[in-house]
Design a protein around this ligand. Structure first.
Ligand SMILES: C[S@@+](CC[C@H](N)C(=O)[O-])C[C@H]1O[C@@H](n2cnc3c(N)ncnc32)[C@H](O)[C@@H]1O
Length: 195
């Protein structure tokens, strides 16, 4: 595991009720503008901080994470919440195992700075998204220093992510700040040869 990967030993940080104040899930849901018939992939889902609110709106959510301990937490939260439209999958962002053109939307929240190979992650996102599907990336602002969040040196400015996403075949639809410490970027999957 590389040094930027979020360790399961720190899972209490994801579960901290204070988080809801500086990163309100409802605010993110508004930016996502989820439709009731959508299939969504939550990549790097963690404990399901966003998986569950998305599952309350969308038809189906795939929660993908490399860490089985995180997925186990989502599973128990799903039972408690009586939600049965989420499928938990152990997988890599660059190789999710999801079918091609199967998703209307992908969320990558607080995981962009943990990826080693953004081009490979974007190629996988383009593969699993339907034409004109949405890629939403949310991560830590680089103009703040920790805490909370990763050290300054691990943070990626939104402008850098924006460049990577358009280079990876997505049309940037919107870029903004969300909550207190985060940026949010929405890209649309473009067609073949179109940018
Ligand atoms: C900081 S947590 C964020 C969890 C959740 N998205 C949230 O905002 O609460 C990052 C999660 O991404 C997972 N992760 C990191 N790198 C990954 C990769 N390459 N593929 C899939 N999951 C990954 C970690 O195991 C961890 O659960």
């Amino acid at each position: 595991m590389h040094e930027r990967r979020f360790p399961i030993s720190q899972v209490h940080k994801l579960e901290d009720p204070e988080r809801r104040k500086w990163l309100p899930p409802d605010e993110v849901m508004r930016f996502l503008d989820i439709h009731a018939d959508w299939t969504i992939a939550d990549i790097g889902a963690g404990i399901g901080y966003f998986t569950l609110p998305m599952a309350r709106i969308a038809a189906k959510v795939f929660a993908v994470d490399v860490e089985p301990g995180m997925l186990a937490r989502i599973e128990s939260r799903l039972i408690e919440a009586e939600l049965n439209n989420v499928v938990c999958l152990q997988g890599e962002a660059s190789a999710t195992g999801l079918a091609g053109s199967s998703c209307d939307c992908i969320l990558m929240a607080n995981v962009w700075h943990e990826f080693d190979d953004h081009a490979a992650v974007l190629a996988e996102a383009a593969r699993i998204l339907k034409p004109n599907g949405r890629l939403a990336v949310l991560d830590w602002r680089a103009d703040f220093d920790a805490p909370p969040g990763p050290p300054q040196a691990h943070r990626i400015p939104k402008e850098v992510a924006q460049f990577a996403i358009s280079d990876g075949g997505f049309r940037v639809h919107s870029v903004c700040h969300v909550g207190t410490y985060s940026w949010f970027l929405m890209g649309l999957r473009t067609g073949e040869g179109e940018k």
